[in-house]
Design a protein around this ligand. Structure first.
Ligand SMILES: [Zn+2]
Length: 495
């Protein structure tokens, strides 16, 4: 390829705290059904009010910084970023300018390090609502022909973390993977829901095309509200800039918005229109002693990358299975509970069943069958009615051949619906496989005497006739016969 894409990311994340960043208002992430219910004189910018920094939010950013290998300077401070817009009642946003909470870290994606420039803390803004003319609004009828905007300050002051990377990303796919891994880390740390569709995680990219090592002009893309939009938006921009350069055009330094309906980027403003924020230190907040906060932070939980490595070593599962169990953290936790039950049982099982076989069976049933059944009933894994103990019991019964694979499907379906234990279901529904030889002997004797033709065929060497006879045995036992054992007995008798 003639041009190499050079991509940097800027990610905003709403932090999951009890209260807002600088006041005691409840943090509802701006998702409240009623507008302006979580507001107070501080977050609506009334004169004479004073902000107090939320220590919970500061701790969360420091945790993220640690997880992303960042340096945490001893001191940090807040600054005012000045601009005038109705979603910002104070006329400025409290943010961090030259002394962010953390700097210079990295996140590894497929073996390459994406450097992180900085992670800082700021406050979110309110939301503007522009009612359509003549439309009905929640508290009454919109006056015909009137033209105005409404403002909701529920989100104003929600703690917002901003993360900026170096331009170390070189493809749309890599950018998407970066965002996905970051989201997973935020969820493992439990610092944010990081749901892009709910605006809890917002991605922006800056992108330029370099040619022969010479950097091109940077274009910023905003409004990327899903992982798909991140990938598509970047791909579109790579193509647009490449074609422009090919036809001799100059790339303008500008901000473009992603239009998800038309699947294109559209110019929003050029560099000449950019704001001058006139940052200055926030006089109402003291400097932050991050070193002090750091002492209060306990050890980090296991992170996704560590879990991938450990699952590989401990359970020896294929990479694809591990990925599912890491991305779906609850399922991964559940898997570990089930496996710990099974491991101790495997040691005393009679006849011996290897733990490794049980682990594989558990992963298969969880990833394929349970996921399939859940999606059929429109349920989520978090609401699974099956306890890990019962699931382990189910795996044991399946591994021992107490139920056939089709019987197992029925048992699992019922377990999912009722949460009942599998032994009980097998008894009640008479799903146990007939493995008892004396019980099978009689049925087999009957099948032989009633099917003399196929018996003769088999004796003459027609292998297919054996399958026909096994089919008859299965039918006679209503599918409960253990096919392997039935085949053994049948062969012995026909010799
Ligand atoms: Zn408030």
């Amino acid at each position: 390829m003639k041009y190499e894409p050079v991509i940097g990311m800027e990610v905003h994340v709403e932090l999951k705290t009890k209260t807002k960043m600088f006041c005691g208002c409840e943090n509802g992430f701006g998702l409240e059904k009623e507008p302006n219910i979580h507001i107070c004189p501080v977050c609506t910018g009334q004169p004479g009010t004073l902000p107090v920094a939320n220590i919970e939010a500061i701790k969360k950013v420091i945790q993220v910084a640690q997880a992303l290998n960042c340096k945490i300077p001893e001191f940090s401070k807040f600054d005012r970023k000045n601009y005038f817009y109705p979603d910002l009642p104070k006329g400025y946003q409290i943010s961090q300018y030259d002394k962010p909470l953390s700097e210079s870290g990295f996140l590894e994606i497929n073996g390459s390090k994406i450097r992180i420039t900085r992670i800082h803390l700021e406050e979110d803004t309110g939301k503007l609502i522009h009612p359509v003319k003549n439309s009905v609004i929640s508290n009454g009828v919109h006056p015909s022909g009137a033209d105005y905007s409404l403002v909701d300050y529920n989100r104003a002051g929600v703690p917002l973390m901003e993360l900026v990377t170096e331009p170390d990303i070189h493809s749309a796919l890599e950018a998407k993977k970066f965002c996905q891994e970051l989201q997973l880390i935020l969820r493992y740390l439990d610092v944010s829901g990081a749901d892009m569709e709910k605006g809890q995680m917002r991605c922006e990219v800056n992108i330029s095309l370099s040619q022969d090592g010479k950097l091109g002009t940077k274009v910023e893309i905003k409004n990327l509200n899903s992982f798909r939009a991140v990938e598509r938006g970047i791909d579109y921009e790579i193509k647009r800039q490449g074609e422009a350069l090919e036809s001799g055009e100059k790339i303008i330094q500008e901000t473009r918005g992603w239009d998800d309906v038309k699947q294109i980027t559209v110019s929003q403003r050029t560099k000449e229109e950019a704001h001058d924020y006139r940052y200055f230190p926030e006089p109402d907040l003291p400097p932050l002693h991050s070193a002090e906060v750091l002492k209060e932070i306990l050890a980090l939980p296991e992170l996704p990358q560590e879990r991938r490595k450990r699952f590989g070593e401990e359970y020896k599962l294929p990479a694809d299975d591990i990925d599912v169990l890491v991305i779906k953290k609850e399922m991964g936790d559940y898997f570990e509970c089930v496996v710990s039950e099974l491991k101790s049982w495997a040691e005393v099982s009679e006849p011996k069943i290897e733990a490794e076989k049980l682990i594989k069976l558990t992963a298969n049933y969880l990833i394929t069958e349970i996921q399939k059944l859940l999606s059929q009933s429109n349920e989520v894994f978090q609401n699974l009615k099956i306890t890990p103990e019962n699931f382990a019991e189910f795996i044991k019964l399946t591994a021992q051949g107490v139920v056939s694979s089709s019987g197992a499907q029925m048992v699992l379906k019922e377990m999912l619906e009722t949460g009942a234990d599998p032994t009980h279901i097998i008894e009640e529904r008479q799903l146990a496989q007939l493995s008892d030889e004396t019980e099978l002997e009689q049925t087999i004797a009957e099948v032989i005497s009633q099917n003399q033709g196929p018996v003769e065929d088999f004796k003459k060497g027609k292998e297919k006739a054996l399958q026909f006879l096994i089919g008859k045995i299965m039918a006679a036992t209503k599918g409960r016969a253990n096919p392997q054992i039935a085949e053994e007995i049948l062969k012995k008798r026909l010799q």
